[in-house]
Design a protein around this ligand. Structure first.
Ligand code: SF4
Length: 458
């Protein structure tokens, strides 16, 4: 499909070819699903909502429910207030959620719909049932990416719902970033292992990785409860994972409720996980148990067993900025050379961060934010790599480049199924991904080596 891609890189400012990102509302919808009893609501036309739901469903392989204001020509001209009012009335009477989390689309942004005014009007007119909540995030898709939409929805959830009673609790807030349910589950497991009481926002474990029970529930048992979000204002501190997905929410909680925060990279790989555990244990003033030290030791052992195969191999990777920063760090730890590193999300701080990580091993790496997969492909043609890492959209590049070894990570992965159950974060996540990377490299070698070099034992 991409066999015709040529190696001549032209400067483009107004055109994206094969974007390495998707719509803001998808991130907002995903964040809203991590609130218990929440109905995500798309304030725009039906097509956007259908696309966003199906994109999430294709990644998580779970039904994703969301409602829409169902704009037609009339709403596009006169504004969406009447659609919103009808929608809220229908949603509360038919689906009875605890929270409706409204996000905008390009259309409602372009016509300038004022969501705070609409929500206040509906509350003033008694159209929101007692004890229920309506929150909102502005998510224009012509700027930012799905990560921006996620970040804004988490920030606004705190803005609307968190509170400070004056009594500090013994709990730590964890903002996990735009990661899979398996990652959130893994971070909760590590916190439990440390004996630290936490509130995680959002939390899509037990929402988008539900067990098969044969019974459909519109609001699964997972998700952060409203009472827990309210109590986040009383926490000891906030541990925010990922500059792009979690920083704004942590800042909002500090501003609103005076909860101090530490911002770290996503806990991917040895150093990333060390930082997560060290920061959490300092916040809660607890020791690190032997079980965690043993787990770390197993990862170290695996790295020392495998590094001879990874050493000096060149890698191109793309995806969401926080993921890519973490995976770049992991690759450096195992002796690989990140050679092309891009994200579709805008932000020069991504470039600075990655440049710092690769400065010793790959000072001439191509690092670019707000870039696309077409450009990554063109650069690969000029700078041969041994491995490609990224989301599903990388498979076309891998195929066009002679079945380049390709390891999927991040969002979306639409052509595989198990990813949502296996973490990328933590020591366990690193072990799992090292195994995947080595499998890809060895599988290619096994396919291509001459018979006399075809080894049974490596
Ligand atoms: S119109 Fe905007 S919000 Fe809707 S699908 Fe397209 S880019 Fe996304």
């Amino acid at each position: 499909m991409l066999d015709g891609t040529n190696a001549t890189v032209c400067e483009r400012t107004a055109l994206r070819i094969n974007p390495a990102k998707t719509c803001q509302p998808i991130g907002a919808m995903y964040a809203a699903l991590g609130i218990h009893g929440c109905m995500p609501h798309s304030h725009g036309s039906q097509g956007c909502c259908a696309y966003h739901r199906s994109h999430l469903t294709r990644h998580f392989k779970e039904p994703v429910v969301a409602t829409t204001s169902s704009f037609t020509e009339g709403a596009s001209v006169f504004g969406g207030l009447s659609n919103m009012t009808t929608a809220l009335s229908n949603i509360f009477s038919i689906y009875d959620p605890e929270v409706v989390a409204v996000h905008t689309t390009c259309l409602s942004e372009v016509i300038g719909d004022d969501l705070p005014m609409m929500i206040k009007k509906n509350i003033a007119e008694g159209k929101i049932p007692e004890g229920k909540h309506v929150i909102h995030a502005n998510t224009p898709s012509f700027v930012g990416s799905h990560v921006t939409g996620f970040s804004t929805m988490v920030k606004n959830t705190i803005k609307y719902l968190s509170d400070k009673t004056g009594e500090t609790s013994d709990s730590v807030n964890i903002l996990p970033g735009y990661v899979d349910p398996s990652d959130m589950r893994e971070l909760k497991r590590i916190a439990a292992e440390l004996g630290v009481k936490i509130t995680m926002l959002p939390d899509t474990s037990d929402v988008l990785d539900q067990p098969q029970t044969g019974v459909y529930t519109m609001y699964p048992r997972g998700g952060t409860k409203v009472s827990e979000i309210q109590a986040m204002g009383d926490a000891i501190a906030t541990l925010a994972c990922g500059d792009f997905a979690s920083k704004e929410a942590a800042e909002e909680l500090e501003k609103k409720c005076n909860v101090p925060f530490s911002l770290i990279d996503l806990p991917i790989g040895l150093k990333g996980t060390d930082t997560f555990i060290d920061t959490l244990r300092r916040m809660a003033a607890v020791p690190v148990p032997a079980s965690i030290t043993l787990e770390r030791g197993r990862l170290l052992d695996l790295i020392s067993d495998m590094s001879q195969y990874f050493h000096g191999k060149k890698v191109a990777l793309f995806g969401d900025p926080d993921h890519v920063v973490g995976v770049t760090q992991l690759l450096v730890e195992i002796g690989m050379i990140p050679t092309v590193v891009i994200t579709g999300t805008p932000g020069k701080r991504f470039e600075r961060k990655v440049a710092e990580i690769v400065s010793k091993v790959s000072p001439d790496a191509h690092i670019e934010a707000n870039a696309d997969i077409h450009k990554l492909h063109q650069i690969i043609k000029n700078r041969k790599v041994d491995l490609l890492m990224g989301n599903t959209y990388g498979k076309h590049v891998a195929r066009a480049e002679g079945n380049l070894p390709f390891v999927r990570f991040g969002f979306p992965i639409m052509d595989r199924t198990g990813h949502r159950l296996f973490p990328l974060v933590g020591y366990r996540g690193a072990m799992y991904y090292l195994d995947k990377i080595l499998d890809q490299l060895f599988d290619k070698a096994d396919r291509e080596v001459p018979e006399e070099l075809f080894e049974l034992i490596q």
